[in-house]
Design a binder for this molecule. Structure first.
Ligand code: SAM
Length: 242
């Protein structure tokens, strides 16, 4: 009987092809099956585009289409379905990788997939390789220091309510704002009212050929159209003491 294969979680990108740890890349090249998530709204997998081009035979990749459903029962059903398929492959002795954008465990649906695979195949070994978060990639390309000394840094999925965002900015030195989406014009208007447009950096599709990175976000007053796959880093020069 063959030995059970290993399940690997591998963070890639978040945009630039080849931006992944060497040890993760060496492992990935040896995997028999590689799952790549693809948003149902997109034609191609962003995760696959983050790999060095043409370095792994196409037949090893399997796409998993996902939509952005917030319904937990729908999501649980979907992850359990793919986990059963992955468990069958692991029991055949195949090593299986699952790619995710940026860091594997940071706001990543990979975490749900990992739990489902561990339930479906508890005997299989697993390993998760960390990746480069989108905010680390943005900080690097804009030269923005993500915390110095004892500065307080808060990572926040963009709230709907401008008041909630204002409170987060007022009580931190730096706010990392993710999942901005259609709320971008609200964020820009708030930062203008707080006189912080020059204290923020913004990146959309960082690392890709379509990337837009701004140091100072005044240009977004005229064109707040880049919400999807966007991250912002906001520095508050005078935070309120806690
Ligand atoms: C589901 S979360 C994934 C986070 C990811 N695991 C990470 O480590 O950054 C999606 C959010 O990540 C950010 N993001 C992902 N890719 C990005 C990119 N290439 N440029 C800027 N932001 C990105 C955006 O804030 C987006 O709304």
């Amino acid at each position: 009987m063959s030995k059970t294969g290993t399940f690997y979680g591998i963070g890639v990108g978040p945009g630039e092809p080849g931006l992944l740890p060497v040890v993760a890349w060496e492992t990935l090249k040896c995997c028999h099956v590689i799952y790549i998530p693809r948003a149902s709204s997109q034609d191609a997998s962003t995760a696959k585009a983050c790999l060095p081009a043409h370095s792994i035979p196409d037949e090893r990749f399997k796409e998993i289409e996902f939509d952005m459903s917030k319904d937990h029962s729908v999501l649980a059903e979907r992850y359990s379905h793919s986990a059963k398929e992955i468990a069958r492959q692991l029991r055949q002795g195949l090593d299986v990788a699952y790619l995710t954008i940026g860091d594997t465990m940071t706001f990543s649906t990979f975490n749900y997939q990992l739990q489902a695979v561990r339930e479906a195949c508890p005997e299989a070994p697993w390993r998760v390789f960390p990746g480069v978060t989108s905010y680390a990639a943005l900080a690097a390309c804009t030269g923005f220091a993500l915390g110095e000394g004892k500065e307080r840094v808060q990572i926040l999925p963009c709230p709907e309510d401008p008041g909630a965002l204002q409170r987060a900015i007022e009580t931190n030195d730096i706010v990392v704002l993710m999942k901005i989406g259609r709320r971008l014009s609200m964020v820009v208007a708030l930062l203008e009212s707080m006189n912080l447009l020059r204290e923020a950096v913004f990146g959309t599709r960082v690392g890709t050929t379509e990337a837009v990175c701004l140091t100072g976000i005044e240009p977004l007053l005229l064109n707040p159209a880049y919400g999807y796959l966007s991250t912002m880093l906001i520095r508050n020069p005078s935070p309120r003491p806690l």
